[in-house]
Design a protein around this ligand. Structure first.
Ligand SMILES: C[S@@+](CC[C@H](N)C(=O)[O-])C[C@H]1O[C@@H](n2cnc3c(N)ncnc32)[C@H](O)[C@@H]1O
Length: 257
């Protein structure tokens, strides 16, 4: 099964950013091959696991990974935590995650709507990696406000893979080639990039665009939701042209720079 371009697109189907959820539900071919897919999720899992360990070395952190995608190596994150909640909006993908991690006592799979029932301060660490580009600014604000409620007062919010306003697709392509060269899938990356130009991903990206944020803009979104955020020296994952922000809740009523 693949993502289908809506047939009646030209006359009735108005594309919205939610079409990205359908796209990710369709087991998309955004990875150039099995090696890329595996190593992509391993690198991300190891980076997140390091953040969890730094935040709570005691392995007692309650962690939320929002928009986790396939999260192939979530067990590596769970090993550093007390509990890992994988939250995924795409329903088919969510079911695949439930099957994959059925035997992992520390891992729970939920959808965004399920978070409404979670108590205030339920998580010590909340990660949202490579999702902000699919949210409108209003959706980002609503999501950050939700995170503010769910995060413990001494918790940490991590927003990763944020696209900067002037970064071009070419920069992403170059980062993928470098990643491929380092991890042994350079040729697959080269062919994969050519294939991407004819893919539904490219069609959707060209039609809908991706939401981008300047460093100051993202800090302002965070501040409006009650966080003090700073850009991290490193982005999670392989693409260092994108940005990761680490944010702490500010006490209600406190002024934020
Ligand atoms: C590029 S994948 C990122 C997956 C994983 N975090 C990673 O870094 O590999 C984008 C994810 O964002 C989710 N997503 C897209 N639009 C969304 C929305 N409006 N609300 C919540 N999640 C969304 C998709 O379902 C998908 O899992």
């Amino acid at each position: 099964m693949g993502y289908r371009v809506p047939r009646d697109f030209s006359c009735r189907h108005l594309l919205t950013m939610d079409d990205w959820i359908d796209f990710y539900d369709s087991a998309p071919t955004i990875y150039v091959g099995p090696r890329h897919r595996d190593v992509h999720f391993r690198v991300i899992a190891d980076d997140i696991a390091a953040l969890v360990a730094a935040h709570r070395p005691s392995r007692q952190a309650r962690v939320l990974d929002y928009g986790c995608g396939e999260a192939l190596h979530a067990d590596r994150v769970a090993a550093q935590a007390r509990q890992l909640v994988l939250c995924e909006a795409a329903p088919g993908l969510r079911e695949r995650l439930r099957k994959r991690f059925a035997g992992e006592a520390k891992i729970e799979v939920i959808g965004p709507d399920d978070l409404a029932a979670a108590a205030d301060g339920s998580f010590d660490l909340i990660i949202m990696h490579s999702v902000s580009q699919y949210l409108t600014p209003a959706e980002l604000d609503a999501t950050l406000a939700r995170f503010r409620r769910l995060l413990a007062s001494d918790g940490c919010l991590v927003i990763g893979d944020v696209l900067q306003p002037h970064t071009q697709a070419f920069t992403d392509a170059l980062a993928l080639l470098r990643f491929g060269a380092r991890e042994g899938f350079f040729l697959a990356a080269l062919f994969g990039l050519v294939r991407t130009l004819f893919s539904n991903y490219w069609w959707l990206r060209s039609s809908l665009g991706l939401t981008r944020h300047a460093e100051t803009g993202m800090r302002e979104h965070l501040a409006a939701a009650g966080f003090a955020g700073e850009r991290s020296a490193r982005n999670i994952g392989h693409n260092q042209a994108r940005m990761t922000f680490l944010a702490r809740p500010t006490p209600p009523g406190a002024a934020v720079r």
